[in-house]
Design a protein around this ligand. Sequence first.
Ligand code: PHE
Length: 452
Amino acid sequence: MTERETWATRLGFILAAVGSAVGLGNIWRFPFQTADNGGAAFLVVYLASMLIIGIPAILAEFVIGRRANTDAIGAFRSLGKSNWRFVGAIGILASFWTLSYYSVIGGWVARYVAGSVTGSALAAPEGYFGAISVGLPSVVTHAVFMTTVIVIVAAGIERGIELATKFMVPSVIVLLIGLAVYAVTLPGSGQGYGFFLTPDFGVVATNFTSILPLAFGQALFSLSLGFSVMITYASYLGRDDSLFADGLLIAVTNTFVGMLAGLVVLPLLFAAGVQPGEGGVGAVFISIPTALASLPGGGLVGRAVGVVFFAVVLVAALSSAISLLEAAVAYAVDTFGLGRVPAAVGLGVGAFALGIPSAIDTAWLEWFDGIGVTLLLPLGVLSVVLFVGWAMGSAATEELRDGMGLGGVSPIWLWTLRTVVLLVVLVVVALNFQDLFLTPNAGDYYIVPPLG
Ligand code: PHE
């Protein structure tokens, strides 16, 4: 058997992990979740979840991955805890599941880049979205997006994922900063900042049980946690990295990009007088082009900004989608000794097939997203926390300390995981279960697939 691949450089790993974290979650999901759930009030709970739950949890996934040095299911065998293999299995199932519809949205985004070039996406936004988001056109763009993902993953860790994300992540950040600066110049954008950045703590307090699971789910989805993805990426790390420093840097960059996206989208909408609310998967695809069409300077400006905006979203989506596929591919390669190319093709085609219902009908896409984020994700995170906090114990602190310098924080981290993190995750799991199983047709999600 050939030697297992590793990241060529530490920066390569960081960029790949940031590439995974920064995606549709930040740019498509985050601004609208925020808009739907009380603006800045949601932001506060999101930031708190990121800090209190997200950072300890990302370190937990890193610790498993680097220590085991193999795929996310094999990891538990290699750590001598075969009974815990279900932890990795939930994550890999979650990432495969999510990839299926993530690629559908990625395909729409690609279509919007083209539609901004020609101007057709801006001319009649609602009609355009209705035409490209369902049926055959959507299946075709889904296929194109998935093919790109397969090609990058098949090329390998260093020559595929690391090389691609080295270009993708810096471009996304630079272009988003450019767009945010442009948004400042728009007349009327001020209201957008107010809505985004002035929290009403009364709203947080009265709606806490409904905001908490959403903001929590958003924060963890955004950090790619509970999907075995960070376990897999960390398994390609060398021993001399500081997991703590890297995790912190990745979380901070991801939050920064999420904020930037909000600072682009919300001012843009408010400047155009477009309502940010009206959630749903199509929101960003309808309201953004509507806002773009009304930008000062005529149609050409709107189209140019549209091209840049959707190109940013497309690149961000791609660098996340490759991590979703890699979790399953690593399993096929490490555990079954399959070649990387057939594994990437086979699993990619499988995820494509699973995504066909979502491509045909957006109700299915919403259902897949709901199950992924409210059911699989919290269960994935819960099982990681239980494993690292209780089954791994001192091996976990030892692993975190390796290559770190700041050895003192390890026990604090472990105890945070065992107490605060565990408690919050349990509360969220309970709230989600109540919403999914005990409240008939509650919230946006339903456990019954949208048949007919
Ligand atoms: N973090 C990605 C985003 O925000 C989505 C993702 C989730 C990617 C889980 C990988 C694993 O879009």
